[in-house]
Design a protein around this ligand. Sequence first.
Ligand code: C5P
Length: 245
Amino acid sequence: MNLAKNKLIVALDVPTVDEARKVFHLLRASTGMFKIGSQLFTAAGPSIVREIVGAGAEVFLDLKFHDIPNTVAAASAEAVRLGVSLFNIHAAGGSEMMRRAAEATADTAARENLLRPRLLAVTVLTSANEKALSEMGINAAPETQVLRLAALAASCGVDGVVASGHEIEALRRTIQSKDFLVVTPGVRLKKSANALAQADDQKRVMTPLEAVRAGADHIVMGRQIVGADDPVAAVQSVLAEIEGA
Ligand code: C5P
């Protein structure tokens, strides 16, 4: 169970500290890591991150930094000081921004004797398809763009990527380092994967088992767990599916 538990990251996509605390306390025993993204961070600020880290849990700070290199480097240093285990930047911010983020992360951790979080790059959001890319002037298939940005991220000292399950195999072929992390959102429980894939905004979905079999180091799940009538039972279903791997 522990292996499966360590693979699961639950997205605390809720609007208030009270709701975040409620979900955290319900799920902390069965969940490896909690993701705090722009919704909760904007509503509750860094204190909710400190609270969860202080309670002994791991946090993935999902703020997808994308700014000038100096600003992203400074924000990365602050992510280290918050004590998170994982945080991310947008690969589309370019190589200098990514390199400066990786350097600031390593330097701050070494200088201040803190844990060095692993830094992930977001390549192409899993909500984006070829049409969405083309509207932004990127005339490439999502997978081509994912691989291009992932290779660039790896060359800048970034530890891994956030990527759809469908891209993992090609990513593993493109990036040789076994330590390169792949974190996969867009995961849907088996019984609902087909129906939800159509209705939801995640255009490229996989089940937990498929994602882990494909080589995801971690899977990220939000609404299907946090929005479930029984979040504990939902996590147990996910862990049971992963154990099948
Ligand atoms: O509710 P759902 O399971 O779709 O939540 C997925 C989570 O993963 C959300 O918090 C979303 O912000 C995040 N995410 C994503 N695609 C990425 C990066 C992060 O869906 N490429």
